[in-house]
Design a protein around this ligand. Sequence first.
Ligand code: MSP
Length: 506
Amino acid sequence: MSRFYVTTPIYYVNAEPHLGHAYTTIIGDALARWHRLLGDDVTFLTGTDEHGLKIQQAAEASGMTPQEFTDSIAPKFSNAWERLNITNDDFIRTTEPRHKVAVAELLQRCYDAGDIELDTFAGKYCVACEEYYQDEELVSGPNGDDLCPIHQRPVEYFEEENYFFRLSRFEDRLLDWYAKHPTAMKPEHRGNEAIGLIKSGLRDFSISRTSLDWGIPLPWDDKHVAYVWFDALTNYLAAVGFGDESQDYTERWPADYHLIGKDIVRQHCVYWPAMLLSAGVEPPKGWAIGGWLLSGGEKMSKTSGNVVNPLDLIDDIGLDGFRYYVLADTAYGNDGDFTWEGLVSRYNSDLANNLGNLAARVATVVAKKCDGLGTAPNPDSPLGAVAATAFEQTAAQWDEVQPSKALDATWSLIRATNGHLETNEPWKAEPGPEVDLVMGDALEALRIVAILCSPAIPDTAQAVWERIGMPGKVIDQRLPDAATWGQYAPGATVTKGDALFPRIKT
Ligand code: MSP
């Protein structure tokens, strides 16, 4: 059994979960579900990032201690993921003891390797990014003040004695590592941006703070707490038991994929592998770098006031309608623009008209022409070859972490099956062997579609599975075998049920 370990970023708890967080989490969930279908031993991790100045300030503003504050927000994330049918195997909070142990271990290893040293730092800091900026990286505000290039808000001037991670020593080692792992970052254009960051020269970065205490103390100098990014990145190791002598973290490490947004590439694709190389830990096998889901042309954020709550959307469009939209509408790696019109049009075309319509018409014709009982597919059906190609392409696109393309490949089988029915018009023919074969083909295609679409729209996949009379759970099917043409068992009771995706009027 292959092991598959996939992570989402851990989300800052200064804001409640929004569409941008749901975006990455749903993609991680679908990828994890796909790998479970392949029979892999999957670990899917998500969680919350709870230390640092941003959280300390948010806690102060709400009149709570940081611990009370994070305790109040973290469950909003786990609850939201439950409602979105997210099948994470673990949820890590950076305030947990297992995480603190792992951070202390990683810090100590980098310190012992001589890659962490004390120095004085003076510079401009964006609290929203929890990141220092060089003057040339800043943008100029209306009053001539220096603004963060990502958040467009004023940076603060900090000067303090910090420990530094000697990132500058890692330029060649990182470039060598990436040269040996050329497909580690997906999609390629985002990977190239990360290589560009390394080639443009690496500066040491400070990994400790004395100006705040909401963090994890350095094991050798407890006047300092760990910089929030050093702390946060370590969650990926903490969750698999790093730093705990009773566990062997290498059973699940290195991770197969870190799913991240394009705004956190520097930390994940430059800092993180350098920290790991310093500590003698293997870097992850892959990173999948997504664009942003924009709302009104801007990144969704609390500061911009354009936050869309995913839970409101599922009330309006149904859980699977929402999950499908998130996965299918934007090529992973590119930015997508969220609009209600876009959501409805994607829902009506792919779900109501294609999948929903196919499931309904198959059940109707089987009821009328086959006594409501499923019939055997034609072993030589032209749909057999279409199904084989659809499976191969779906699998290849999930391998590339391209959910929209994987779903398009799955939908090619739905479109071809609707076409097959329209060519043969079984609703016009007399009941008999010919109609039985055409309907058997359609039922078999729906069986395969249900399996292939289950990572994206699991409830619907199960409903289709049951309506065509298949026993058990669709998620218990195993690929590639289950995708082989000809396994639909005739004689099963086919039921119509309510419309899977009632059309939404625009
Ligand atoms: N806490 C850090 C991550 C630490 S991981 C070791 C963080 N948190 S975040 O909550 O601000 O953002 C987490 C992820 O959500 C980022 O990858 C970010 O790109 C993503 N998104 C936040 N808003 C987004 C959109 N509007 N669209 C898509 N992704 C977005 O950064």
